[in-house]
Ligand binder design. Structure first.
Ligand SMILES: Nc1nc2c(ncn2[C@@H]2O[C@H](COP(=O)(O)OP(=O)(O)O)[C@@H](O)[C@H]2O)c(=O)[nH]1
Ligand SMILES: [Mg+2]
Length: 321
């Protein structure tokens, strides 16, 4: 079995040597371990440092495209390089490399497609009270929308089987953590979690520079990912707001019209009609999105088979050499 540990990096020249130093060189059940650094348009010496400290592979996005884009390039490259298991960790030395041995066990045993490292959030001293509560709330919402029971959905310390890596797509550039959990949940992948430890803070989070930016990004990722997988249900829920309001106003009009024999309230009848039309339009949008979603699922399936065939051809070529 081949394990590739990937590290998306944006200006991590200072902390990268510590990350690599901490990574395992051998692990039970693993024949080969390699490291891959994904340079996300770093302007410091990240690439040079990575090459000097013996990182096996360095790929570059060319310009800064965000952690989500870097993660996606990484998993595609790992599959191309013949990885059976891919571990993703941060370039800021946030996660302890020694926990990788626990992270990969459920995949080696065939019990999971994705294993998420659960941080001891309440015990992390450098996390503020607000950050701890936000992480808990984010995880609660993401668990609900993904239908999974992952306690720490924003942890970037994870192991993926090559099968899971071939199926996943990251459409947002900002972060991969929430989108992959929601996708994996709706694709019925086996997701489990193990407890991990974290290192003391090396620098502040760059992904969470402000609380409002974090909430905005996370909410939009969760909502957009959910709409992609459950469009009919989402638009139906949206339609309930104007639908119920329109229906109530309509009842009020009918009450006055038939019971009190009042001929007024035409404005409210117009408002009710507009709200009910909006509700029907939202349902129609849901049906259209659902039909588009069916096509997307077929395309995902085709892409998976293309990637799998490519991987098998590459593995055969490697064995022949
Ligand atoms: N902030 C940020 N991180 C990036 C970017 N591209 C890749 N990364 C890497 O993504 C990982 C996670 O970023 P980090 O700031 O540690 O986020 P946090 O762990 O969620 O607080 C690090 O290894 C970064 O080097 C980017 O555009 N912005
Ligand atoms: Mg980090």
């Amino acid at each position: 079995m081949k394990l590739i540990i990937q590290i998306p990096c944006y200006n991590e020249e200072e902390t990268l040597p510590g990350v690599i130093d901490d990574l395992p060189h051998e692990l039970p059940g693993i024949d080969e371990i390699e490291y891959l650094v994904i340079d996300d348009g770093s302007t410091d010496g990240t690439v040079k440092v990575a090459r000097n400290i013996g990182v096996h592979h360095v790929v570059s996005l060319g310009s800064n495209q965000g952690c989500g884009a870097a993660f996606l390039l990484g998993i595609r490259k790992c599959v191309e390089l013949g990885a059976d298991i891919i571990v993703n960790t941060d370039g800021d030395n946030q996660y302890k490399g020694r926990c990788i041995k626990d992270l990969i066990v459920p995949i080696i045993e065939g019990k999971a497609d994705i294993v998420v490292g659960t941080r001891p959030i309440e015990k992390i001293e450098h996390f503020s009270w607000t950050k701890k509560k936000l992480q808990r709330l984010g995880s609660l919402v993401a668990r609900h929308f993904s239908g999974t029971d992952v306690p720490d959905t924003t942890s970037g310390f994870r192991a993926y089987s090559s099968g899971a890596a071939m199926r996943l797509h990251i459409l947002n550039r900002y972060s991969h953590t929430l989108e992959t959990i929601i996708q994996a949940g709706h694709m019925n992948m086996l997701i489990c979690h193990v407890h991990i430890e974290v290192n003391p803070k090396t620098r502040g989070s760059r992904l969470m520079s402000s609380m409002w930016q974090y909430i905005w990004h996370s909410a939009s990722i969760i909502l957009r990912s959910y709409i992609r997988y459950r469009p009919m249900r989402t638009f139906f829920y949206f339609s309930l707001i104007p639908g119920l309001a329109g229906f109530t106003i309509c009842l009020r009009f009918l009450y006055f019209f038939f019971i009190t024999k009042s001929s007024g309230y035409v404005q409210s009848l117009i408002l009710a009609a507009i709200l009910i039309i909006i509700a029907f339009l939202l349902i129609a949008l849901g049906i259209l999105a659902d039909l588009t979603g069916t096509n997307r699922k077929l395309i995902e399936e085709i892409l998976y088979f293309v990637r799998r065939n490519q991987m098998q051809a590459q593995n055969r070529k490697r064995q022949d050499e």
